[in-house]
Every structure is written in structure tokens, then in C-alpha cells.
Design a protein around this ligand. Sequence first.
Ligand code: SF4
Length: 102
Amino acid sequence: MHKIRDGDLYRVVELFGRRFELRYGYYEEYERHSGEPVPIYPDFKKSPVYSEDGRPFVTQMQELCAHGESKFTDGCCVDCKHYSHGDDLIGICTNEKNMKGN
Ligand code: SF4
């Protein structure tokens, strides 16, 4: 069986005019010593990316933002009523308050 290596392509997600190449890797340096590489998702909080109509991309596991609305206080974007499913764990935030330029 093919062993997964750091940097191998996991998959390509194309959504709303943007293309995300997801590769295997490690979120933390110490994880290199303890396990297999995992698919690395973009950190949209650190480096925002917007759809062509100005809506921010988010990952399902992204922490609830200041404008998030969820029944869980420690929820994630996937629990928020403004989350719109895209492909894999990447979606779009439909909250007008988070649109580009707001
Ligand atoms: S408003 Fe958007 S960015 Fe904020 S938690 Fe909800 S889906 Fe995520």
C-alpha cells in the first residue's frame, strides 16, 4: 500500500471561482514525531480568501466568529446558521457582516 508522505496531494477543492489544493502535512511540529501526516486545510482566519461575490471562505472547524450564531457557545462555523456547505470541510460564510469590505 502507498504510504502517505508529507506534501502529498490529498485533493483539490474548487468552489465559487477559487481553487484549493489540499496536501498532507502536520499542523504542529511535534506531530511529526507521533503520527502520519493529515490533510491540511487553509487557515482562513489568518489568511482570508473571498468568493467572487465577496463572501469569506471558512472551514467547518473554524472557531465561531464575533458574528456567529450557534446554539453552542464554543461552536464552530459548521454549527452556525450562516454556514453554507461547499465541498469537503470548506464552505462559505453567508453573513452580510462578514462580507469583504464590511
Ligand atoms: S458568521 Fe460566518 S465566519 Fe462567523 S461563525 Fe458563522 S459561518 Fe463562521
